[in-house]
Design a protein around this ligand. Structure first.
Ligand SMILES: Cc1cc2nc3c(=O)[nH]c(=O)nc-3n(C[C@H](O)[C@H](O)[C@H](O)COP(=O)(O)OP(=O)(O)OC[C@H]3O[C@@H](n4cnc5c(N)ncnc54)[C@H](O)[C@@H]3O)c2cc1C
Length: 189
């Protein structure tokens, strides 16, 4: 059986940063990721700056690896993973609260050259304006609380458009009617 100093579960931005910091301190670190590459979870659905590249055959490490410390950086899967780690007291297990954020894109060019953040709302930063490298404007995310049993569905509901228009008009009263369209999730690369 091989032995390492630390096993980091989850290759999102948090897990990779933790693994990097540990490695820079001379620790031997292994990162395991459920997906076929790094940065395919939430980290790929916001600013899209973390991209895939590593691949670990499924199950290949589990049977022959012993780690002296375990870092749970499994993102949305962290509560479920914590529940499967032996020795973790049930009373300390965090409850998962799932909140979906949708984006709407602006047809045509925006009359802005900077990001715009309204005052935060109760659950998020507020529907803000971001501009990608091509100058395309995108508004969001909003916040939509999901029930525990709701299936993961990353599609954007067009019916949320009216609420988006209202939110954007609070700081851009001149938003043309019908100028927003659901912005699909970018596929992790
Ligand atoms: C809509 C939205 C917009 C955001 N915008 C911004 C922003 O503009 N700027 C900013 O700084 N932050 C933003 N954030 C926050 C930021 O994206 C997250 O805090 C960050 O990406 C979380 O990274 P993570 O590594 O914890 O999770 P993730 O990126 O989700 O990584 C967790 C990884 O763990 C893996 N995993 C799960 N379970 C297991 C398992 N059992 N075994 C192995 N692997 C497992 C998953 O596949 C995943 O790859 C935004 C978040 C959201 C939801």
């Amino acid at each position: 059986m091989e032995s390492v100093d630390a096993l980091v579960v989850g290759a999102g931005v948090v897990g990779l940063a933790v693994a990097r910091a540990l490695a820079q301190r001379g620790r031997e670190v292994v990162v395991v990721e459920a997906e076929a590459g790094i940065g395919r979870g939430v980290s790929a659905r916001s600013s899209e700056v973390v991209h895939g590249g590593l691949y670990y055959p499924s199950g290949s490490l589990k049977a022959r690896l012993r780690a002296r410390s375990l870092v749970n950086s499994a993102g949305l899967g962290a509560p479920a993973l914590a529940a499967r780690i032996s020795g973790v007291p049930a009373a300390t297990l965090p409850r998962a609260y799932r909140c979906k954020g949708s984006y709407f894109a602006l047809a045509g060019r925006a009359p802005f050259t900077r990001l715009i953040y309204p005052l935060p709302d109760a659950a998020g930063l507020g529907v803000h304006l971001t501009l990608d490298l091509a100058g395309q404007a995108r508004f969001g995310p909003d916040t939509e609380w999901l029930t525990d049993d709701a299936a993961e569905d990353l599609r954007v509901d067009p019916a949320r458009g009216a609420a988006f228009e209202a939110a954007v008009r609070r700081y851009w009263p001149g938003l043309p009617a019908g100028a927003l369209a659901p912005a699909p999730q970018a596929a992790p690369r």
